[in-house]
Design a protein around this ligand. Structure first.
Ligand SMILES: N[C@@H](CCC(=O)N[C@@H](CS)C(=O)NCC(=O)O)C(=O)O
Length: 203
């Protein structure tokens, strides 16, 4: 298997999950701006949409979208990093991945373009409603997104929530999120992923 990734991007969630499972695919660093892989290929030949993560399976099939890739990696070791065999628990995982991908990720995304002034304020307002939801979600004292166990949702949530510091967004008024990010960031799988992507110092 090959994981196409960019350092610190949402593709790092897959690397964290592979670390959790003690499995290592081949990692292919990808320039998401130039759309080139480190071995000189046009990345759009792998994902026509030009974004990471993309997971190339041994048979040559390519999966895209965190919401599909993360459950697929989890299925390599059923029950280890995702609920298995409980329809409601599985639905809650899909709910989490859908929210994280289509609401939280997409609310953070525009900050990579370094918006200023009124544009930044409008984006902050939109992001705030999503962060309020996350803060409330952890208000019952749960350790992980789904409750008592670490799942692939935590890998993705950690990566996305960690972007805040790079955009000058503080969690000082959101203690549940601050504690959660710190807690997940201490996991060995996460430390190893940050180190592999050259981000341990900045984390
Ligand atoms: N819908 C995709 C979005 C992935 C995505 O936005 N990836 C970013 C990095 S975090 C990227 O590669 N952006 C480059 C681009 O969109 O051109 C998913 O959830 O997997």
């Amino acid at each position: 298997m090959k994981l196409y990734y960019s350092p610190g991007a949402c593709s790092m969630a897959s690397r964290i999950v592979f670390n959790e499972l003690g499995q290592q695919p081949e990692f292919v660093r990808t320039d998401i701006y130039a759309k080139r892989t480190e071995d000189g290929r046009d990345f759009r030949e792998i994902n026509p949409l030009g974004y990471v993560p993309a997971l190339e399976l041994d048979g040559g099939e390519v999966l895209i979208e965190n919401g599909a890739i993360l459950p697929y990696i989890a299925s390599l070791k059923p029950g280890a990093v995702a609920p298995s065999g409980d329809a409601l628990a599985e639905a809650k995982l899909h709910q989490a991945l859908a929210f994280l991908s289509s609401e939280l990720h997409k609310a953070f995304g525009p900050f990579f373009g370094k918006p200023e002034g009124a544009a930044r304020e409008a984006l902050l307002k939109r992001l705030d409603t999503r962060l309020d939801y996350v803060e409330q979600h952890f208000g019952d004292g749960r350790e992980y997104w789904l409750g008592d166990d670490f799942t692939v949702a935590d890998a993705l949530a950690f990566v996305i929530l960690s972007w805040a510091g790079h955009f000058g967004i503080s969690y000082a008024d959101r203690p549940n999120i601050a504690r959660y990010v710190e807690r997940i960031g201490r996991r060995e799988s996460v430390r190893k992923a940050l180190e592999a992507e050259g981000l341990l110092q900045a984390a």
